[in-house]
Design a protein around this ligand. Sequence first.
Ligand SMILES: Nc1ncnc2c1ncn2[C@@H]1O[C@H](COP(=O)(O)OP(=O)(O)OP(=O)(O)O)[C@@H](O)[C@H]1O
Ligand SMILES: [Mg+2]
Length: 204
Amino acid sequence: MMAQQAHRMQMLVNDLLTLSRLEGSPLPGTGDWLPAEHLLAQAREDGEQLAASLGKKLALRVLPAPDAAIAGAPVELQSALSNPVGNAVRYTPAGGSIEVDARLLPAGRLAFDVRDTGPGIAAEHIPRLTERFYRVDRSRSRETGGTGLGLAIVKHVVQRHGGELRIESAPGAGSTFAIELPASRVRVTPAGTPARPATESAAG
Ligand SMILES: Nc1ncnc2c1ncn2[C@@H]1O[C@H](COP(=O)(O)OP(=O)(O)OP(=O)(O)O)[C@@H](O)[C@H]1O
Ligand SMILES: [Mg+2]
């Protein structure tokens, strides 16, 4: 039990350090371009690893990424995507499914979505989820080992990149976390055709 508590304390300190570092550091530049595909692939790996470590059987599906890249801080962007995937894995009961995708939006923006078939979240909690230490169900969260800082970090990272975090959820209807990034940080990569079937034919 002491080892477990020490581990939790370590995670808490790490998350707090991450937050204070984010607050003190200049806005991420636009020099590094990360393929959306890489962010999705890493999020898949992180999600699968977490599910395996929890011994939880879930269907984790990652859709093909559009040919696009994002400008920003690689470690921050990865944590902004992997974190909601981690939540989906933690809070979705075994047997459920999780879907992750990236899609190009009108006017050159791009969104990452993380959808799950988990318990969903009541409306009154949704605006508060990104507050530090806020958790919907304290006893459930304690079982699943969170610190309540994850989404605070995600929101911070997304805002530093000029984007927005949108949360759609209802009890019994699962949850969707969408990270929308501004056109200034999105580049459609050379071939130019977004990899999604719906737009592929139109672009040919
Ligand atoms: N996909 C989801 N389905 C249901 N509830 C969720 C989901 N994602 C987040 N939540 C709720 O929002 C709360 C806040 O999430 P957040 O990621 O900020 O903290 P956490 O997961 O408790 O801890 P950690 O700091 O380890 O991420 C969670 O405790 C949980 O109650
Ligand atoms: Mg979390």
